[in-house]
Design a protein around this ligand. Structure first.
Ligand code: NAP
Length: 491
C-alpha cells in the first residue's frame, strides 16, 4: 500500500479491451483523475488495444464521449483532459493473431526500461492468449506486470488452471489480480481504523463482538448480462470475491507491517480458517434466492426467469445469505452473516459489527447493542452507534451516531477504487491485489457449497424484486437471535 502521493515511475500501460465497458467507464476516467492530480509522469503512456477499426483520434473521441458521461461536469476540466489525451493512443490488434503483436512491439520497444503494465480488460477466455502473445513477441521485461479482472475461474480447478497459465509467463510478483472493492477508500480506512488506533483492537474479538453482517445489495437486476449471469450466479459472482475479501479485511490478525506479503499472509490465514460448509449443512447455513416480479422505486420489475436470455425455469441464485464462521481463537463462535442480492430495495454495501449488549442494563432501553457501521456504497462513511440519554426528564437512553465524516475532515476529493489500484500496479505495490493462494483458498470454501446445493437439489427461494430477500434469510439470522440491518430502523 502506498504511503505517499508521490509521482509514479515512467510507464507504458497497455489496456487490452480498450473499447470495452470497463475501460471506458472506469479505467480511463480513473487514469484521467490521476493525471489531473499530477501523479502521472511525463513519460507515462496509455496504449489502448482492441479489434475495432479506429484511428487514435477516433478512439479519443469515443473515450471523451464516455468520460463526459462518467465524470461529473465539475470534475471534467477541458484543458487537463486535452493534456491527458496526449498520453493515449489506440492500436487495432486482434489478440488472437500473433502477427498483430508486432504493432505493440513497435510502440513499446522504444522504452524497454519503463514499467510495463498489461491490463487484461477482456473476457477471461483471452487471458492465456494475451500472456503468450506478449511473451512470444518478446514484450515481457523484468519491469512488466499483468493485471486481470474477475472472474478468476468458476471453481477451484478452473482458477488453478488460469493461475498456472499466467505462471507460464509471469512470476507471482508480476501478477495483479483485481478485486476493486479493495481499492475503495473505506476498505483501507477499515485497516486504518483497526491497525492505526488502539481503541478498537482490544474489542475486536469474540468476547466483545456478537455478530458481523456484510451486505452487498444491488438494486439492478440482471440487465443484459443474463448469458454470463445465469452460468455464474450470486455465489460465484459476488461471494467468492468481494464478500470474502471484506470478511478477510475485517477478521485478519494485525500484520507485522504494511508490506504486501505481510498483509496477504494474514488474509490467507482467515480464508483457510473459514469453517467448511459441506453436504447437508448447506441447507442450514446458506440460503439461495431468486427474485420474482415486483416493484422497485415505483417501477415494475420482471421476474429473473422472465428476463431476456434467462432459460425457462432457471434455478440460478440472484441472492445468497450465508452464516460463515471462522475457526480461530479470536473469532470462534462469532457468526459472520454474508448476503448479496439483485433487485433489492437499494444499492448498498455495508458492514455492521454488532457488539455485545451490556451484561446488566440499569437503564430503560430496548436494546444496548453498540454498532460500528462501515458503508462502502452508495456513500463511503463510518459511524459508531452509541447510547446517550435523550433530552428531557426521563433517564431514557437513545442511540446516537459518532460519524466519521471524511469529506469534512479531509476536504479532498475521494478517489475512486480504480485510481488507487492502477497507481499501485504501476508503482509495484501488491497489497491490494489477491495472491493466487487467496483465490484458491476462497474457491476451496465456495466449491463445497455449490456441490451441496447440487447434491441436495437446493432450490432458489423466491423473493419479490424490491424486497430484502427471501424469508428464509431472516430465519437464518434469527436462529442466532440476530436480525438484518433493515430490521433495526436506527442503523
Ligand atoms: P466488454 O465491454 O465486452 O469489452 C471487451 C473488450 O475486449 C472490447 O474492448 C473488445 O473490443 C475487446 N476484444 C474482444 N475480443 C478481442 C480480440 N480478439 N482482440 C482484441 N480485443 C478484443 O467487456 P467489459 O465489460 O469491459 O469487461 C472486461 C473484463 O472485465 C471482463 O473480464 C469482465 O468480466 C471484467 N469485469 C468487468 C466489469 C464491468 O463493470 N464492465 C466489472 C468487473 C469485471 P473489440 O470488440 O473492439 O475488439
Amino acid at each position: 500500500m502506498n504511503p505517499t502521493d508521490a509521482q509514479l515511475p515512467p510507464f507504458d500501460l497497455v489496456l487490452f479491451g480498450g473499447t470495452g465497458d470497463l475501460a471506458l467507464r472506469k479505467l480511463l476516467p480513473a487514469l484521467y483523475f490521476r493525471h489531473h492530480e499530477g501523479q502521472l509522469p511525463d513519460q507515462g503512456r496509455i496504449i489502448c488495444v482492441a479489434r475495432s477499426e479506429l484511428s487514435s483520434q477516433e478512439f479519443i473521441a469515443m473515450m471523451e464521449e464516455a468520460a463526459r458521461r462518467h465524470i461529473n461536469e465539475e470534475e471534467f476540466h477541458q484543458s487537463t483532459w486535452e493534456t491527458f489525451c496526449q498520453r493515449v493512443e489506440y492500436l487495432k490488434v486482434d489478440i488472437t493473431v500473433q502477427d498483430d503483436y508486432q504493432k505493440l512491439s513497435d510502440v513499446l520497444s522504444a522504452h524497454p526500461d519503463r514499467v510495463r503494465v498489461f491490463y487484461l480488460s477482456t473476457a477471461p477466455g483471452l487471458f492465456r492468449r494475451i500472456c503468450h502473445g506478449v511473451h512470444e513477441a518478446g514484450l515481457v521485461s523484468p519491469l512488466s506486470r499483468v493485471a486481470l479482472e474477475k472472474p478468476l475461474g468458476r471453481d477451484l480447478e478452473s482458477a488453478l488452471q488460469i493461475n498456472d497459465e499466467l505462471a507460464e509467463v509471469f512470476t507471482e510478483k508480476q501478477i495483479y489480480r483485481i478485486d476493486h472493492y479493495l481499492g475503495k477508500e473505506t476498505v483501507q480506512n477499515l485497516m486504518a481504523l483497526r491497525f492505526g488506533n488502539s481503541l478498537f483492537e482490544p474489542l475486536w474479538r469474540r468476547e466483545h463482538i456478537r455478530d458481523v453482517q456484510i451486505t452487498i445489495a444491488e438494486s439492478l437486476g440482471v440487465e443484459g448480462r443474463a448469458g454470463y449471469y445465469d452460468q455464474t450466479g450470486a455465489l460465484r459472482d459476488m461471494v467468492q470475491n468481494h464478500l470474502l475479501q471484506l470478511l478477510v479485511i475485517l477478521a485478519m490478525e494485525p500484520p507485522i507491517s504494511i508490506d504486501s506479503d505481510c498483509i496477504r499472509d494474514e488474509k490467507i490465514k482467515v480464508l483457510r480458517a473459514l469453517k467448511p460448509i459441506t453436504g447437508k449443512d448447506v441447507t442450514k447455513y446458506t440460503v439461495r434466492g431468486q427474485y420474482k416480479a415486483g416493484v422497485l422505486n415505483g417501477e415494475p420489475v420482471v421476474a429473473y426467469r422472465d428476463a431476456d436470455g434467462v432459460p425457462p425455469g432457471s434455478n440460478t441464485e440472484t441472492y445468497v445469505a450465508i452464516k460463515a464462521e471462522i475457526d480461530s481463537w479470536r473469532w470462534k463462535g462469532v457468526p459472520f452473516f454474508l448476503r448479496t442480492g439483485k433487485s433489492m430495495p437499494e444499492k448498498r454495501t455495508e458492514i455492521i459489527i454488532n457488539f455485545r449488549s451490556v451484561p446488566h442494563s440499569i437503564f430503560e432501553m430496548p436494546d444496548s447493542t453498540n454498532r460500528l457501521i462501515i458503508r462502502l456504497q452508495p456513500e463511503e462513511m463510518i459511524k459508531l452507534q452509541i447510547f446517550a440519554k435523550g433530552r428531557g426528564d426521563a433517564m431514557r437512553l437513545l442511540p446516537v451516531n459518532l460519524d466519521l465524516d471524511f469529506d469534512q475532515a479531509f476536504k479532498k476529493r475521494q478517489m475512486i477504487a480504480y485510481e488507487r489500484l492502477l497507481s499501485d500496479m504501476i508503482r509495484g505495490h501488491q497489497a491490494l491485489f489477491n495472491h493466487r493462494d487467496e483465490v484458491a483458498a476462497a474457491w476451496k470454501w465456495i466449491d463445497p457449497i455449490i456441490a451441496g446445493w447440487e447434491d441436495y437439489s437446493v432450490a432458489s427461494q423466491m423473493y419479490s424484486a424490491g424486497t430484502w430477500g427471501p424469508a428464509a434469510a431472516s430465519a437464518l439470522i434469527a436462529r442466532d437471535e440476530c436480525g438484518w440491518a433493515e430490521e433495526h430502523p436506527d442503523v
